[in-house]
Write a protein that binds this ligand. Structure first.
Ligand SMILES: [Ca+2]
Ligand SMILES: [Ca+2]
Length: 372
C-alpha cells in the first residue's frame, strides 16, 4: 500500500477546492450564500442595490440551484461576488430580487448552513435595541404596542446602513397570525426621508419567532442617531386557562447592524414583559403606578433598592428568558422598601416584578457589573 506524501495530499486538497469553487450555484434569495435565505441576505442585497452585471442563462426566483454567470465587477468584503445579490438572474440588483426571492424564499435552506454572524453587544457598552411596552398591564383582547428603539442619547448608533434582528415571544398567548405584527416607523432616523430603505418582516406565531430586517438602498449611512424604528402591535387572546393573569414575554435573540461597507457593529439586545389581566378578574386598578415605585440605582453594579409608595406583598426578578433569577431579595420597612443583591456574573437586563394585592408593576433593571 502506498503512503500519501505531503505533496500528494496537497494536490488532492487542491483538487477538492477546485471542484468546490466550480460547483458553486446561486440559490435565489440566499445572497450571502450561507445556506439559508433570511434577514442577513436583505442586508447584503441592500449593499449591492443597483449593481449590474452578466445575467444568468435562466431568469428565475424559484428555490432551486442556478448556474452562475460570469463574475460581476464587484465583490462583498470577504470576496463573495455580487452576482449572488441578483437573485432572479436578470443582470440587475433591484426590488424584484427582494420581493420575489428573499421574501418568497424566506427561511428556506439548501446544503449545509453556515450560521450567520450576528453580533450581540453588552448592555451599557453597545447601543441598545430596546423593547418598550406601551403598557405594563393589558387586558385580554386589548391591542397594545411594544416599541422598538435603536440607540439613545447616552449611546447613539454612530453609523448604520442596515439592521436585522430576531425575536422570540410567547406564541401560546397569540392565537391569530395577524395578532403580532411589526410596523416600521416611516421616516425614522434610519431613513429620515422615508424613501431610501426597504423592510423585511416575517413572523411565525406557531413557533413564537419573528425577524425584522431594515436596509438602506442608497449607499449612504445614517447616523449618528437613536430612537424609535418601529413597533410590534400585539393582541393577546383569551386562551389562558385557569389563570387570573399571565405574562407575555418578548426577547431579542440576535441582532446584526452594518454600515454601507458591511462593517458589523455590536448592538445590545433587550427583553420585555407585559402582564396580561383576564377581564373577569378583580384587579384593583392602578394601585401600582410607575411613579409610585422607585428602583435605584439603575443601571446598578452590586445591588439596588426598591421603594414603593405603598407596602408591596412581594418582589420577583426574572432574567431575559422570564425565568426567576437566583437573587437575594430582602424586605425592609413593612414591605415599602426592598433590597435586591445578586451573585457574580449577573451582568445583563432583568425584569423586576412588584406585587401589591392584585396589582403588579414591572420595571427593567440593567446590571452593569458583577456583584461583590
Ligand atoms: Ca443567507
Ligand atoms: Ca435581479
Amino acid at each position: 500500500m502506498k503512503i500519501l506524501n505531503k505533496k500528494m495530499i496537497s494536490l488532492l486538497l487542491g483538487c477538492c477546492i477546485w471542484q468546490t469553487q466550480y460547483a458553486q450555484k446561486v440559490w435565489p434569495g440566499d445572497v450571502n450564500n450561507n445556506g439559508i435565505a433570511n434577514g442577513v441576505d436583505l442586508l447584503y442585497w441592500g449593499v449591492a442595490y443597483g449593481a449590474t452585471g452578466p445575467a444568468r442563462a435562466e431568469t428565475t426566483s424559484d428555490w432551486s440551484e442556478q448556474n452562475i454567470p460570469a463574475p460581476w465587477p464587484q465583490s462583498f468584503p470577504g470576496g463573495l461576488n455580487y452576482l449572488y445579490a441578483d437573485c432572479n438572474g436578470d443582470g440587475i440588483v433591484n426590488n424584484q430580487d427582494e420581493d420575489d426571492a428573499i421574501k418568497d424564499n424566506y427561511n428556506k435552506t439548501h446544503d449545509g448552513i453556515t450560521p450567520d454572524a450576528y453580533l450581540n453587544g453588552v448592555p451599557g457598552q453597545a447601543p441598545g435595541l430596546t423593547l418598550q411596552p406601551q403598557f405594563a398591564e393589558v387586558n385580554v383582547g386589548q391591542e397594545f404596542h411594544i416599541n422598538v428603539l435603536l440607540g439613545d442619547a447616552q449611546i447613539p448608533v454612530q453609523s448604520i446602513y442596515g439592521i436585522t434582528f430576531k425575536v422570540s415571544f410567547d406564541a401560546d398567548l397569540i392565537d391569530d397570525e395577524e395578532h403580532l405584527e411589526f410596523e416600521e416607523t416611516s421616516s425614522s432616523w434610519i431613513d429620515p426621508g422615508g424613501l431610501n430603505s426597504r423592510v423585511l418582516k416575517k413572523r411565525d406565531p406557531d413557533t413564537g419567532k419573528a425577524e425584522v430586517a431594515i436596509t438602506r438602498i442608497d449607499h449612504q449611512n445614517a447616523g449618528p442617531g437613536g430612537g424609535k424604528i418601529g413597533a410590534f402591535s400585539i393582541v393577546i387572546e383569551d386562551i389562558i386557562v385557569g389563570l387570573s393573569r399571565d405574562t407575555f414575554h418578548m426577547q431579542i435573540d440576535s441582532v446584526l447592524l452594518i454600515d454601507k461597507d458591511l462593517n458589523m457593529y455590536p448592538v445590545a439586545p433587550d427583553t420585555a414583559m407585559v402582564i396580561v389581566k383576564k377581564q373577569t378578574s378583580a384587579v384593583s386598578g392602578n394601585l401600582l403606578q410607575s411613579s409610585n415605585v422607585e428602583l435605584f440605582p439603575n443601571p446598578a453594579r452590586q445591588d439596588c433598592t426598591i421603594r414603593a409608595g405603598i407596602p408591596l406583598d412581594g418582589v420577583q426578578v426574572c432574567d431575559a428568558l422570564g425565568r426567576p433569577a437566583n437573587f437575594m431579595i430582602e424586605q425592609e420597612q413593612d414591605g415599602a422598601v426592598w433590597r435586591v443583591r445578586w451573585p457574580k456574573n449577573a451582568r445583563g437586563v432583568y425584569l423586576v416584578r412588584c406585587y401589591a394585592g392584585e396589582a403588579q408593576l414591572v420595571k427593567r433593571l440593567l446590571i452593569l457589573n458583577e456583584g461583590p
